[in-house]
Unconditional design. Structure first.
Lengths: 405, 146
Protein backbone atom coordinates (compact mmCIF):
# COMPACT_ATOMS: atom_id res chain seq x y z
CA UNK A 1 0.00 0.00 0.00
CA UNK A 2 1.28 3.43 -0.92
CA UNK A 3 1.24 5.88 1.99
CA UNK A 4 1.63 9.66 1.83
CA UNK A 5 4.43 11.24 3.85
CA UNK A 6 1.87 12.30 6.48
CA UNK A 7 0.57 8.73 6.74
CA UNK A 8 4.09 7.33 6.96
CA UNK A 9 4.86 9.80 9.75
CA UNK A 10 1.71 8.78 11.59
CA UNK A 11 2.67 5.12 11.30
CA UNK A 12 6.23 5.85 12.44
CA UNK A 13 5.04 7.55 15.62
CA UNK A 14 5.80 11.16 14.66
CA UNK A 15 2.23 12.05 15.71
CA UNK A 16 2.41 10.08 18.94
CA UNK A 17 2.19 6.42 19.84
CA UNK A 18 -1.62 6.42 19.95
CA UNK A 19 -1.94 7.64 16.38
CA UNK A 20 0.76 5.15 15.35
CA UNK A 21 -1.22 2.26 16.85
CA UNK A 22 -4.40 3.45 15.09
CA UNK A 23 -2.49 3.64 11.81
CA UNK A 24 -0.98 0.17 12.36
CA UNK A 25 -4.46 -1.39 12.67
CA UNK A 26 -5.63 0.46 9.55
CA UNK A 27 -2.60 -0.29 7.43
CA UNK A 28 -2.78 -3.96 8.49
CA UNK A 29 -6.45 -4.08 7.54
CA UNK A 30 -5.77 -2.24 4.28
CA UNK A 31 -3.06 -4.72 3.35
CA UNK A 32 -5.37 -7.64 4.13
CA UNK A 33 -7.75 -6.23 1.51
CA UNK A 34 -5.05 -5.20 -1.00
CA UNK A 35 -5.85 -1.49 -0.59
CA UNK A 36 -3.62 0.68 -2.76
CA UNK A 37 -3.88 3.86 -0.67
CA UNK A 38 -5.70 5.62 2.12
CA UNK A 39 -8.43 8.23 1.57
CA UNK A 40 -9.81 10.96 3.88
CA UNK A 41 -13.11 10.57 5.70
CA UNK A 42 -15.54 13.32 6.65
CA UNK A 43 -17.60 11.39 9.24
CA UNK A 44 -17.21 8.50 11.61
CA UNK A 45 -19.40 6.58 13.99
CA UNK A 46 -17.84 4.37 16.62
CA UNK A 47 -19.80 1.45 18.00
CA UNK A 48 -18.44 2.34 21.41
CA UNK A 49 -19.78 0.31 24.27
CA UNK A 50 -19.07 -0.16 27.92
CA UNK A 51 -17.94 -3.68 27.12
CA UNK A 52 -14.56 -4.76 28.44
CA UNK A 53 -12.83 -5.22 25.10
CA UNK A 54 -13.90 -1.82 23.84
CA UNK A 55 -12.93 0.07 27.00
CA UNK A 56 -9.57 -1.68 26.92
CA UNK A 57 -8.81 -0.47 23.39
CA UNK A 58 -10.04 3.14 23.60
CA UNK A 59 -8.25 3.60 26.93
CA UNK A 60 -5.07 2.20 25.45
CA UNK A 61 -5.26 4.60 22.47
CA UNK A 62 -6.04 7.70 24.51
CA UNK A 63 -3.43 6.88 27.14
CA UNK A 64 -0.93 6.67 24.29
CA UNK A 65 -1.91 10.22 23.35
CA UNK A 66 -4.35 9.64 20.46
CA UNK A 67 -6.91 12.36 19.65
CA UNK A 68 -9.59 12.19 16.92
CA UNK A 69 -9.05 14.26 13.77
CA UNK A 70 -12.70 13.60 12.86
CA UNK A 71 -14.96 13.57 15.92
CA UNK A 72 -17.07 10.39 15.76
CA UNK A 73 -20.56 9.92 17.17
CA UNK A 74 -20.83 6.99 19.56
CA UNK A 75 -23.00 3.99 20.27
CA UNK A 76 -25.03 3.69 23.46
CA UNK A 77 -23.74 2.66 26.82
CA UNK A 78 -26.19 3.15 29.68
CA UNK A 79 -27.95 5.95 31.54
CA UNK A 80 -26.53 5.15 34.97
CA UNK A 81 -28.74 7.60 36.87
CA UNK A 82 -31.98 6.33 35.30
CA UNK A 83 -31.15 2.68 35.78
CA UNK A 84 -30.04 3.41 39.39
CA UNK A 85 -33.42 4.96 40.14
CA UNK A 86 -35.62 2.43 38.35
CA UNK A 87 -33.99 -1.00 38.23
CA UNK A 88 -30.86 -1.61 40.22
CA UNK A 89 -27.71 0.19 41.11
CA UNK A 90 -24.81 -0.88 39.00
CA UNK A 91 -21.83 -1.33 41.26
CA UNK A 92 -18.18 -2.26 41.15
CA UNK A 93 -16.55 -3.14 37.87
CA UNK A 94 -19.63 -2.59 35.72
CA UNK A 95 -20.14 0.97 36.93
CA UNK A 96 -16.45 1.73 36.66
CA UNK A 97 -16.50 0.44 33.07
CA UNK A 98 -19.41 2.65 32.02
CA UNK A 99 -17.72 5.68 33.56
CA UNK A 100 -14.32 4.77 32.12
CA UNK A 101 -15.85 4.34 28.65
CA UNK A 102 -17.54 7.75 28.65
CA UNK A 103 -14.43 9.39 30.03
CA UNK A 104 -12.07 7.76 27.53
CA UNK A 105 -14.30 8.63 24.55
CA UNK A 106 -14.67 12.20 25.78
CA UNK A 107 -10.88 12.51 26.17
CA UNK A 108 -10.16 11.07 22.73
CA UNK A 109 -12.48 13.66 21.19
CA UNK A 110 -15.64 11.73 20.38
CA UNK A 111 -19.12 13.30 20.44
CA UNK A 112 -21.09 11.32 23.02
CA UNK A 113 -24.41 10.85 21.20
CA UNK A 114 -24.78 7.40 22.80
CA UNK A 115 -27.16 6.11 20.15
CA UNK A 116 -26.91 3.26 17.64
CA UNK A 117 -28.93 5.13 14.97
CA UNK A 118 -26.59 8.03 14.03
CA UNK A 119 -27.58 7.72 10.35
CA UNK A 120 -31.15 8.80 11.20
CA UNK A 121 -30.09 11.88 13.20
CA UNK A 122 -26.97 13.86 14.15
CA UNK A 123 -24.54 12.13 11.77
CA UNK A 124 -26.28 11.62 8.44
CA UNK A 125 -23.93 11.03 5.48
CA UNK A 126 -24.71 12.23 1.96
CA UNK A 127 -24.71 10.24 -1.26
CA UNK A 128 -21.16 9.32 -2.26
CA UNK A 129 -19.56 10.55 0.99
CA UNK A 130 -16.67 8.39 2.28
CA UNK A 131 -17.19 7.61 5.96
CA UNK A 132 -16.17 5.08 8.62
CA UNK A 133 -19.29 3.76 10.30
CA UNK A 134 -19.19 0.86 12.70
CA UNK A 135 -22.38 -0.44 14.32
CA UNK A 136 -23.49 -3.31 12.16
CA UNK A 137 -27.04 -2.02 11.76
CA UNK A 138 -25.84 1.45 10.70
CA UNK A 139 -23.31 0.39 8.07
CA UNK A 140 -25.81 -1.31 5.70
CA UNK A 141 -28.14 1.69 6.02
CA UNK A 142 -25.39 4.18 5.23
CA UNK A 143 -24.23 2.20 2.18
CA UNK A 144 -27.48 0.94 0.81
CA UNK A 145 -30.20 3.42 1.75
CA UNK A 146 -28.15 6.65 1.74
CA UNK A 147 -25.57 5.70 -0.90
CA UNK A 148 -22.64 6.88 1.23
CA UNK A 149 -19.52 4.67 1.32
CA UNK A 150 -18.35 2.79 4.38
CA UNK A 151 -16.75 -0.55 4.91
CA UNK A 152 -18.02 -2.87 7.61
CA UNK A 153 -15.92 -1.21 10.28
CA UNK A 154 -15.48 -2.67 13.74
CA UNK A 155 -15.70 -0.34 16.72
CA UNK A 156 -11.92 -0.59 16.73
CA UNK A 157 -11.29 0.23 13.07
CA UNK A 158 -13.83 3.09 13.07
CA UNK A 159 -12.13 4.61 16.10
CA UNK A 160 -8.76 4.27 14.37
CA UNK A 161 -10.27 6.04 11.34
CA UNK A 162 -11.57 8.87 13.54
CA UNK A 163 -8.07 9.27 15.02
CA UNK A 164 -6.19 9.26 11.70
CA UNK A 165 -8.96 10.94 9.68
CA UNK A 166 -8.64 8.39 6.88
CA UNK A 167 -9.42 4.83 5.86
CA UNK A 168 -7.75 2.29 3.60
CA UNK A 169 -9.46 2.37 0.20
CA UNK A 170 -10.96 -1.04 -0.47
CA UNK A 171 -14.29 -2.83 -0.45
CA UNK A 172 -17.42 -0.70 -0.59
CA UNK A 173 -15.40 2.48 -1.17
CA UNK A 174 -14.79 1.32 -4.74
CA UNK A 175 -17.48 1.36 -7.45
CA UNK A 176 -16.78 -2.17 -8.62
CA UNK A 177 -17.41 -3.68 -5.18
CA UNK A 178 -20.75 -1.94 -4.71
CA UNK A 179 -22.34 -3.73 -7.65
CA UNK A 180 -24.56 -6.70 -7.00
CA UNK A 181 -23.63 -10.31 -7.76
CA UNK A 182 -26.45 -12.17 -6.07
CA UNK A 183 -30.00 -11.89 -7.39
CA UNK A 184 -32.54 -12.39 -4.63
CA UNK A 185 -36.08 -13.01 -5.79
CA UNK A 186 -38.42 -12.20 -2.93
CA UNK A 187 -41.61 -14.20 -3.35
CA UNK A 188 -42.51 -13.78 0.32
CA UNK A 189 -45.00 -11.16 1.39
CA UNK A 190 -42.94 -8.31 2.86
CA UNK A 191 -45.25 -5.64 4.20
CA UNK A 192 -44.41 -4.27 7.60
CA UNK A 193 -41.22 -3.52 9.55
CA UNK A 194 -41.23 -6.95 11.18
CA UNK A 195 -41.40 -8.68 7.78
CA UNK A 196 -38.27 -6.74 6.83
CA UNK A 197 -36.47 -7.98 9.93
CA UNK A 198 -37.45 -11.57 9.05
CA UNK A 199 -36.23 -11.07 5.47
CA UNK A 200 -32.95 -9.64 6.80
CA UNK A 201 -32.37 -12.67 9.01
CA UNK A 202 -33.54 -15.19 6.40
CA UNK A 203 -31.34 -14.17 3.47
CA UNK A 204 -27.93 -15.02 5.02
CA UNK A 205 -29.36 -18.38 6.09
CA UNK A 206 -29.99 -19.20 2.44
CA UNK A 207 -26.81 -17.67 1.04
CA UNK A 208 -23.79 -17.40 3.30
CA UNK A 209 -21.49 -15.33 1.06
CA UNK A 210 -20.85 -11.64 1.63
CA UNK A 211 -21.24 -10.62 -2.04
CA UNK A 212 -23.61 -7.72 -2.61
CA UNK A 213 -27.21 -8.89 -3.15
CA UNK A 214 -29.94 -7.13 -5.11
CA UNK A 215 -33.45 -7.85 -3.84
CA UNK A 216 -36.23 -7.90 -6.42
CA UNK A 217 -39.96 -8.45 -6.15
CA UNK A 218 -40.39 -5.63 -3.62
CA UNK A 219 -42.89 -3.06 -4.79
CA UNK A 220 -43.48 -1.13 -1.59
CA UNK A 221 -40.80 1.10 -0.09
CA UNK A 222 -40.07 0.14 3.51
CA UNK A 223 -40.15 2.73 6.30
CA UNK A 224 -36.81 3.99 7.67
CA UNK A 225 -37.39 1.64 10.62
CA UNK A 226 -38.01 -1.26 8.24
CA UNK A 227 -34.72 -0.56 6.45
CA UNK A 228 -32.98 -0.21 9.80
CA UNK A 229 -34.19 -3.56 11.11
CA UNK A 230 -33.51 -5.24 7.77
CA UNK A 231 -29.85 -4.13 7.91
CA UNK A 232 -29.51 -5.05 11.59
CA UNK A 233 -30.64 -8.62 10.89
CA UNK A 234 -28.59 -9.00 7.69
CA UNK A 235 -25.53 -8.20 9.81
CA UNK A 236 -26.58 -10.45 12.71
CA UNK A 237 -27.37 -13.51 10.65
CA UNK A 238 -24.51 -12.86 8.22
CA UNK A 239 -22.01 -10.16 7.33
CA UNK A 240 -23.90 -8.22 4.66
CA UNK A 241 -23.12 -4.48 4.81
CA UNK A 242 -24.29 -3.44 1.34
CA UNK A 243 -27.39 -4.41 -0.59
CA UNK A 244 -29.70 -3.03 -3.22
CA UNK A 245 -33.47 -3.14 -3.48
CA UNK A 246 -34.33 -2.79 -7.16
CA UNK A 247 -36.44 0.26 -7.89
CA UNK A 248 -36.02 1.59 -4.36
CA UNK A 249 -32.43 2.15 -3.16
CA UNK A 250 -30.41 4.92 -4.85
CA UNK A 251 -27.82 2.82 -6.68
CA UNK A 252 -30.43 0.39 -8.02
CA UNK A 253 -32.99 2.12 -10.21
CA UNK A 254 -33.16 -1.24 -12.00
CA UNK A 255 -31.74 -4.73 -11.50
CA UNK A 256 -29.36 -4.12 -14.40
CA UNK A 257 -28.09 -0.90 -12.80
CA UNK A 258 -27.53 -2.72 -9.50
CA UNK A 259 -25.57 -5.46 -11.27
CA UNK A 260 -23.57 -2.85 -13.21
CA UNK A 261 -22.47 -5.39 -15.79
CA UNK A 262 -21.78 -8.22 -13.31
CA UNK A 263 -23.06 -11.64 -14.24
CA UNK A 264 -25.48 -13.10 -11.73
CA UNK A 265 -23.33 -15.44 -9.62
CA UNK A 266 -26.21 -17.02 -7.77
CA UNK A 267 -29.99 -16.75 -7.68
CA UNK A 268 -31.67 -17.01 -4.31
CA UNK A 269 -35.41 -17.21 -3.77
CA UNK A 270 -36.99 -16.17 -0.48
CA UNK A 271 -40.46 -17.54 0.17
CA UNK A 272 -43.02 -17.15 2.94
CA UNK A 273 -41.72 -20.46 4.31
CA UNK A 274 -38.24 -18.93 4.74
CA UNK A 275 -39.65 -16.03 6.75
CA UNK A 276 -41.82 -18.42 8.78
CA UNK A 277 -38.74 -20.46 9.63
CA UNK A 278 -37.06 -17.38 11.15
CA UNK A 279 -40.31 -16.43 12.92
CA UNK A 280 -40.43 -19.93 14.41
CA UNK A 281 -36.71 -19.96 15.33
CA UNK A 282 -37.19 -16.85 17.47
CA UNK A 283 -40.75 -17.48 18.67
CA UNK A 284 -39.72 -18.68 22.14
CA UNK A 285 -42.04 -20.61 24.45
CA UNK A 286 -45.59 -19.35 24.87
CA UNK A 287 -46.24 -18.48 28.51
CA UNK A 288 -45.41 -15.93 31.18
CA UNK A 289 -42.71 -13.30 30.62
CA UNK A 290 -41.01 -11.12 33.21
CA UNK A 291 -39.93 -8.13 31.09
CA UNK A 292 -40.04 -6.47 27.69
CA UNK A 293 -36.89 -5.07 26.08
CA UNK A 294 -37.55 -2.93 23.02
CA UNK A 295 -35.18 -0.92 20.88
CA UNK A 296 -32.41 -2.90 19.25
CA UNK A 297 -31.63 -0.79 17.25
CA UNK A 298 -33.01 2.20 19.19
CA UNK A 299 -36.67 2.88 18.47
CA UNK A 300 -37.66 6.06 16.63
CA UNK A 301 -40.18 8.70 17.71
CA UNK A 302 -42.78 7.14 15.40
CA UNK A 303 -42.43 3.80 17.19
CA UNK A 304 -42.54 5.44 20.62
CA UNK A 305 -45.75 7.16 19.52
CA UNK A 306 -47.23 3.79 18.49
CA UNK A 307 -46.32 2.33 21.87
CA UNK A 308 -47.91 5.31 23.66
CA UNK A 309 -51.14 4.76 21.71
CA UNK A 310 -51.17 1.06 22.66
CA UNK A 311 -50.59 1.57 26.39
CA UNK A 312 -52.63 4.75 26.86
CA UNK A 313 -54.83 4.36 29.94
CA UNK A 314 -53.59 0.82 30.60
CA UNK A 315 -51.08 -0.73 32.96
CA UNK A 316 -48.08 -2.77 31.82
CA UNK A 317 -47.87 -6.11 33.64
CA UNK A 318 -44.08 -6.47 33.40
CA UNK A 319 -41.02 -4.20 33.41
CA UNK A 320 -41.03 -2.57 29.98
CA UNK A 321 -37.88 -0.91 28.69
CA UNK A 322 -38.03 1.27 25.58
CA UNK A 323 -34.51 2.13 24.45
CA UNK A 324 -34.10 5.32 22.41
CA UNK A 325 -31.67 8.13 21.57
CA UNK A 326 -31.59 11.21 23.82
CA UNK A 327 -33.18 13.24 21.00
CA UNK A 328 -36.05 10.75 20.68
CA UNK A 329 -36.62 10.83 24.44
CA UNK A 330 -36.70 14.63 24.34
CA UNK A 331 -39.24 14.52 21.48
CA UNK A 332 -41.30 11.91 23.34
CA UNK A 333 -41.52 14.31 26.25
CA UNK A 334 -42.62 17.20 24.02
CA UNK A 335 -45.21 14.99 22.33
CA UNK A 336 -46.66 13.79 25.63
CA UNK A 337 -45.75 10.16 24.88
CA UNK A 338 -43.39 10.00 27.83
CA UNK A 339 -46.15 10.78 30.35
CA UNK A 340 -48.49 8.24 28.77
CA UNK A 341 -45.85 5.51 28.92
CA UNK A 342 -44.80 6.46 32.47
CA UNK A 343 -48.41 6.32 33.65
CA UNK A 344 -48.65 2.83 32.19
CA UNK A 345 -45.56 1.90 34.19
CA UNK A 346 -43.11 1.74 31.27
CA UNK A 347 -39.62 3.17 30.96
CA UNK A 348 -38.26 5.23 28.10
CA UNK A 349 -34.53 5.35 28.60
CA UNK A 350 -31.91 7.16 26.50
CA UNK A 351 -28.24 6.35 25.88
CA UNK A 352 -28.67 2.69 26.82
CA UNK A 353 -28.03 -0.61 25.03
CA UNK A 354 -29.65 -3.96 25.82
CA UNK A 355 -26.20 -5.56 25.76
CA UNK A 356 -24.32 -3.82 28.58
CA UNK A 357 -23.00 -6.39 31.05
CA UNK A 358 -24.10 -5.46 34.56
CA UNK A 359 -27.00 -3.27 33.48
CA UNK A 360 -29.59 -5.98 32.96
CA UNK A 361 -28.40 -8.73 35.34
CA UNK A 362 -31.86 -8.78 36.91
CA UNK A 363 -33.15 -10.43 33.76
CA UNK A 364 -30.38 -12.93 33.08
CA UNK A 365 -31.74 -16.42 32.70
CA UNK A 366 -35.31 -15.04 32.66
CA UNK A 367 -37.98 -15.09 29.92
CA UNK A 368 -38.80 -11.81 28.18
CA UNK A 369 -40.15 -10.38 24.96
CA UNK A 370 -38.44 -8.18 22.35
CA UNK A 371 -39.14 -6.95 18.83
CA UNK A 372 -35.58 -7.69 17.71
CA UNK A 373 -34.00 -10.93 16.54
CA UNK A 374 -30.63 -9.20 17.01
CA UNK A 375 -31.37 -8.59 20.69
CA UNK A 376 -32.47 -12.21 21.18
CA UNK A 377 -29.42 -13.54 19.33
CA UNK A 378 -26.75 -11.63 21.25
CA UNK A 379 -28.42 -12.04 24.66
CA UNK A 380 -28.30 -15.85 24.38
CA UNK A 381 -24.90 -15.57 26.02
CA UNK A 382 -26.59 -14.20 29.21
CA UNK A 383 -29.21 -16.95 29.24
CA UNK A 384 -31.95 -14.42 28.48
CA UNK A 385 -34.80 -16.32 26.83
CA UNK A 386 -36.54 -13.98 24.45
CA UNK A 387 -39.69 -14.44 22.47
CA UNK A 388 -39.45 -12.16 19.42
CA UNK A 389 -42.69 -10.52 18.31
CA UNK A 390 -43.68 -7.57 16.11
CA UNK A 391 -43.69 -4.37 18.18
CA UNK A 392 -47.46 -4.19 18.72
CA UNK A 393 -47.62 -7.86 19.78
CA UNK A 394 -44.63 -7.39 22.09
CA UNK A 395 -46.45 -4.51 23.79
CA UNK A 396 -49.56 -6.69 24.05
CA UNK A 397 -47.42 -9.33 25.78
CA UNK A 398 -46.04 -6.69 28.16
CA UNK A 399 -49.60 -5.61 29.01
CA UNK A 400 -50.79 -9.14 29.75
CA UNK A 401 -47.53 -10.58 31.09
CA UNK A 402 -47.50 -13.46 28.67
CA UNK A 403 -46.58 -14.28 25.12
CA UNK A 404 -49.02 -16.23 23.04
CA UNK A 405 -48.09 -18.57 20.20
CA UNK B 1 6.48 -37.70 12.02
CA UNK B 2 6.45 -35.77 8.80
CA UNK B 3 5.82 -32.08 8.70
CA UNK B 4 4.05 -30.44 5.79
CA UNK B 5 4.79 -26.78 5.24
CA UNK B 6 2.54 -24.38 3.38
CA UNK B 7 2.97 -20.74 2.42
CA UNK B 8 0.43 -18.21 3.65
CA UNK B 9 -0.02 -14.47 3.97
CA UNK B 10 0.45 -12.92 7.43
CA UNK B 11 -2.28 -10.43 8.42
CA UNK B 12 -1.75 -10.05 12.17
CA UNK B 13 1.85 -10.66 13.21
CA UNK B 14 2.90 -13.28 15.71
CA UNK B 15 3.21 -17.03 16.06
CA UNK B 16 1.06 -19.74 17.59
CA UNK B 17 0.76 -23.49 17.68
CA UNK B 18 -1.80 -26.01 18.77
CA UNK B 19 -4.39 -28.51 17.65
CA UNK B 20 -6.43 -27.68 14.58
CA UNK B 21 -10.09 -26.84 15.10
CA UNK B 22 -11.88 -26.84 11.74
CA UNK B 23 -15.02 -24.83 11.19
CA UNK B 24 -17.12 -24.69 8.05
CA UNK B 25 -19.09 -21.77 9.52
CA UNK B 26 -17.91 -18.23 10.25
CA UNK B 27 -17.56 -17.55 13.96
CA UNK B 28 -18.33 -14.63 16.27
CA UNK B 29 -16.14 -14.74 19.40
CA UNK B 30 -18.92 -13.17 21.48
CA UNK B 31 -20.80 -16.45 21.12
CA UNK B 32 -18.02 -18.30 22.97
CA UNK B 33 -18.26 -18.87 26.71
CA UNK B 34 -15.22 -17.00 28.15
CA UNK B 35 -14.34 -19.46 30.96
CA UNK B 36 -14.11 -22.47 28.64
CA UNK B 37 -13.86 -21.02 25.16
CA UNK B 38 -16.81 -23.22 24.13
CA UNK B 39 -18.97 -22.10 21.21
CA UNK B 40 -22.52 -21.41 22.40
CA UNK B 41 -24.22 -20.71 19.09
CA UNK B 42 -27.03 -23.15 18.32
CA UNK B 43 -26.72 -24.66 14.89
CA UNK B 44 -23.03 -23.69 14.55
CA UNK B 45 -20.85 -26.58 13.44
CA UNK B 46 -18.61 -25.97 16.49
CA UNK B 47 -21.51 -25.73 18.99
CA UNK B 48 -20.18 -26.97 22.34
CA UNK B 49 -16.54 -27.23 21.23
CA UNK B 50 -13.78 -25.04 22.67
CA UNK B 51 -11.53 -22.69 20.71
CA UNK B 52 -9.11 -22.37 23.66
CA UNK B 53 -5.49 -22.75 22.58
CA UNK B 54 -6.56 -24.13 19.19
CA UNK B 55 -5.56 -23.11 15.72
CA UNK B 56 -8.95 -22.04 14.50
CA UNK B 57 -9.40 -22.73 10.78
CA UNK B 58 -12.54 -21.05 9.45
CA UNK B 59 -13.91 -19.43 6.30
CA UNK B 60 -14.24 -15.90 7.72
CA UNK B 61 -15.65 -13.91 10.66
CA UNK B 62 -19.13 -12.65 11.36
CA UNK B 63 -21.01 -10.73 13.96
CA UNK B 64 -21.70 -7.17 15.04
CA UNK B 65 -19.02 -4.54 15.12
CA UNK B 66 -18.68 -4.36 18.91
CA UNK B 67 -19.21 -7.86 20.15
CA UNK B 68 -16.45 -9.43 18.05
CA UNK B 69 -13.81 -7.33 19.87
CA UNK B 70 -15.35 -7.75 23.28
CA UNK B 71 -15.78 -11.47 22.78
CA UNK B 72 -12.17 -11.96 21.74
CA UNK B 73 -10.89 -9.73 24.56
CA UNK B 74 -12.79 -11.77 27.15
CA UNK B 75 -11.30 -14.98 25.77
CA UNK B 76 -7.81 -13.45 25.90
CA UNK B 77 -8.03 -12.35 29.54
CA UNK B 78 -9.45 -15.75 30.55
CA UNK B 79 -6.73 -17.53 28.58
CA UNK B 80 -9.25 -19.26 26.31
CA UNK B 81 -8.52 -17.49 23.01
CA UNK B 82 -7.34 -19.47 19.99
CA UNK B 83 -3.53 -19.64 19.60
CA UNK B 84 -3.85 -18.42 16.01
CA UNK B 85 -6.54 -18.08 13.37
CA UNK B 86 -6.44 -19.19 9.72
CA UNK B 87 -9.11 -17.76 7.43
CA UNK B 88 -9.99 -18.12 3.77
CA UNK B 89 -11.58 -14.71 3.22
CA UNK B 90 -10.71 -11.58 5.20
CA UNK B 91 -13.61 -9.77 6.82
CA UNK B 92 -13.01 -6.22 8.11
CA UNK B 93 -14.44 -6.57 11.62
CA UNK B 94 -12.51 -9.75 12.27
CA UNK B 95 -9.27 -8.47 10.75
CA UNK B 96 -9.15 -5.13 12.61
CA UNK B 97 -10.19 -6.78 15.87
CA UNK B 98 -7.55 -9.47 15.64
CA UNK B 99 -4.77 -7.01 14.74
CA UNK B 100 -5.72 -4.74 17.66
CA UNK B 101 -5.91 -7.70 20.08
CA UNK B 102 -2.61 -9.10 18.78
CA UNK B 103 -3.70 -12.64 17.89
CA UNK B 104 -1.76 -14.20 14.96
CA UNK B 105 -3.89 -14.32 11.80
CA UNK B 106 -3.09 -15.57 8.30
CA UNK B 107 -4.98 -16.15 5.06
CA UNK B 108 -4.40 -17.39 1.50
CA UNK B 109 -2.83 -20.62 2.71
CA UNK B 110 -1.74 -22.90 -0.14
CA UNK B 111 -4.94 -24.75 -1.20
CA UNK B 112 -3.16 -28.11 -0.68
CA UNK B 113 -3.33 -27.41 3.07
CA UNK B 114 -7.11 -27.70 3.00
CA UNK B 115 -6.88 -31.14 1.35
CA UNK B 116 -4.68 -32.43 4.18
CA UNK B 117 -5.82 -30.73 7.37
CA UNK B 118 -8.15 -32.50 9.79
CA UNK B 119 -9.45 -31.76 13.26
CA UNK B 120 -6.82 -32.49 15.88
CA UNK B 121 -3.78 -32.20 13.59
CA UNK B 122 -0.95 -30.15 15.08
CA UNK B 123 -0.42 -26.79 13.39
CA UNK B 124 2.31 -24.18 13.81
CA UNK B 125 1.49 -20.76 12.39
CA UNK B 126 4.26 -18.26 11.72
CA UNK B 127 2.47 -15.01 10.97
CA UNK B 128 5.70 -13.12 10.34
CA UNK B 129 7.52 -15.25 7.79
CA UNK B 130 4.21 -16.54 6.41
CA UNK B 131 4.14 -20.27 6.94
CA UNK B 132 1.78 -22.91 8.25
CA UNK B 133 3.39 -26.19 9.37
CA UNK B 134 1.07 -29.18 9.64
CA UNK B 135 1.77 -32.41 11.50
CA UNK B 136 -0.91 -35.01 10.91
CA UNK B 137 -2.38 -36.47 14.10
CA UNK B 138 -2.68 -39.81 12.29
CA UNK B 139 0.95 -39.78 11.07
CA UNK B 140 2.55 -41.33 14.20
CA UNK B 141 0.03 -44.19 14.25
CA UNK B 142 0.37 -44.83 10.52
CA UNK B 143 4.14 -45.12 10.80
CA UNK B 144 3.79 -47.42 13.81
CA UNK B 145 1.52 -49.74 11.86
CA UNK B 146 3.84 -49.89 8.88
Amino acid sequence: MELTSLERDMLAGEHGEGTALAMKVQVGTGRAFYAKRMVPITRAHVAASAQEGDVYFVTKLVDLGARCLVSPTTNPSMDLAYVDDHLSSLTGEGRARVEASNEAYRRIGATLTLSCTPELEKNVPSFGEVVAFSESSATPYVNSVLGARSNRESSISALCAAVTGRVPEYGYLLDENRRAEILVEVEAKVDDDFDWSLLGYAYPQKYKGAEVPVFTGIDKRPTPEGFLQFGAELATSGAVAMYHVAGITPEAPTVAAALGGNAVKERVTITDADLDRVREQFSGEPGPIEYAMLGCPHLTIRQVGEIAALVNGKRLAVDTWILVSSLTRELAERMGYLSVIHRAGGHVVADTCMDIPGCWDTYYGRPGVTESQKCAFYCQVYGQRYAVRPLAQAIQAALTGEVVK
Amino acid sequence: MSELEYACRPISEGAGEGEALLSTDALCFALCEPDTGCVLEKGHCLDGRSVAGRILVMPTGKGSSVVQADGLYRLIIKGTAPAAVIIQTPEPVLVSTIIAMEVPLVDTVDPAFYDEVEDGDHIRVDAVAGSVVLTKASAATDEGDA
